[in-house]
Design a protein around this ligand. Structure first.
Ligand code: FES
Ligand code: FE2
Length: 388
């Protein structure tokens, strides 16, 4: 990286200062952070190696042996319910020759057998059997197990963190709890609607979903009709999340596709909450039918987006659920297509040689928050070295 840059992410002091300024004076992150492979390499280490990332929802791990496998920015992990009913998150990489133990999701019936040479692990990750290893010197099966990762369940979402020193997620989200807790995502079941690959940087998608500023132009005949962008309220936050709320012109109680969650406050009943838990859990939540967006990030220019909806517990057994999901899809999918078209354009634009650090509207407070969080994470090592 050029020596004229003052930090490891290739930004000048002036560029960083522009993002660090108070919102009214601030500028956006430079375009290079959306396409530079060196920046992505550092994101893998400084963001995805140290922050809380969603793996799945507990409704996907109902019985002992139920598992979900995810590639979290190149690290293959397995979330599983073990024999004692506890949830574990561990490496999905065989301790023999690094074969992927599982893919997708399913039920592994009491043990995890590697498809390559049959090494077999218990649901707690301990190696139970290793065929034809009896002539191997100093091979002690009982000393081998799959690496276990720190995890936390936040309102039904299983999060993992590869950093043993990370602040607990519940602590990071403590100030968010009074508003988000009553939605009780932990009492719901998750249904995947669709997934698609996006050929641009993950931050472009996250940022697009973080503000309502674009609604009048992008969602003119969809979202803007019911929930005018001018009524959006962006919260002050100072942690790993951002949120804005939307309401109808008349601030009325909202109609939902499934019955509203019991016990919500009057304010909850009249608002939609649109929030991110960084780096990439996104949700759009009305009083009854939360939409969740999850990311499978491949590299600086590609991620897969996964759209799911949360429905009341027991929905899987409800014959009407397919109709509910379909009705919700009918409402939300056109909005998502409008967003994808826009992100396609931004994905091209960040590759121009003639970009500048754009200025922000007050309706992009959430981007200002995200960019400052991103700088906190990306520059922490630089600051630590400078302080030595
Ligand atoms: S790689 Fe798993 S048993 Fe050989
Ligand atoms: Fe949008």
């Amino acid at each position: 990286m050029a020596s004229s840059y003052s930090n490891s992410i290739g930004l000048s002091d002036a560029q960083v200062a522009a993002v660090r300024a108070p919102l009214a004076n601030a500028a956006l992150l430079p375009a290079s952070v959306y396409n530079d492979p060196e920046v992505f390499k550092l994101e893998r280490e400084r963001i995805f190696g140290r922050t809380w990332m969603p793996v799945c929802h507990i409704s996907q791990l109902r019985e002992s042996g139920d598992y979900v496998q995810r590639d979290l920015v190149g690290e293959s992990v397995l979330a599983i319910r073990d024999r004692s009913g506890d949830i574990r998150v561990m490496s999905n990489v065989c301790r023999h020759r690094n074969m992927a133990l599982t893919t997708g999701s399913g039920q592994c019936k009491g043990r995890i057998m590697c498809p390559y040479h049959g090494w077999t692990y218990g649901l707690d990750g301990r190696l139970l059997a290793a065929p034809f290893m009896d002539q191997t010197a100093d091979f002690n099966r009982s000393e081998i197990s799959l690496p276990q990762f720190r995890h936390e369940i936040w309102h039904g979402f299983v999060f993992v963190n590869f950093d043993d020193n990370a602040i607990p997620l519940s602590e990071e989200l403590a100030e968010f709890e009074p508003w988000i807790g009553p939605y009780r995502f932990e009492d719901m079941e998750i249904f995947e609607m669709r997934r698609a690959t996006m050929p641009w940087n993950w931050k472009i998608s996250l940022e697009n979903f973080s503000e309502a500023y674009h609604q009048p132009w992008v969602h003119t005949h969809t979202a803007e009709q019911g929930f005018p962008a001018a009524l959006a309220e962006y919260w002050d936050t100072n942690s790993n999340y951002s949120i804005f709320t939307l309401r109808r012109e008349d601030s009325g109680v909202l109609e939902t596709f499934t019955p509203a969650v019991e016990g919500l406050s009057d304010k909850h009943m009249r608002h939609v909450s649109v929030f991110n838990v960084y780096p990439y859990l996104h949700a759009l939540v009305d009083p009854g039918t939360p939409l969740v967006l999850d990311f499978n990030i491949k590299n600086e220019n590609e991620h897969e987006l996964v759209w799911s909806v949360l429905m009341p517990k027991g929905s899987r057994e409800n014959p009407e659920i397919a109709d509910h999901v379909k009705a919700f899809e009918g409402f939300i999918v056109p909005v998502l297509h409008e967003d994808i078209d826009i992100c396609t354009g931004v994905g091209r634009g960040v590759n121009s040689r003639f970009t500048a650090q754009g200025r922000l509207s007050h309706m992009e407070k959430s981007l200002h928050q995200f960019h400052n969080w991103w700088l906190d994470k990306m520059l922490a090592d630089d600051l630590a070295i400078a302080a030595e």
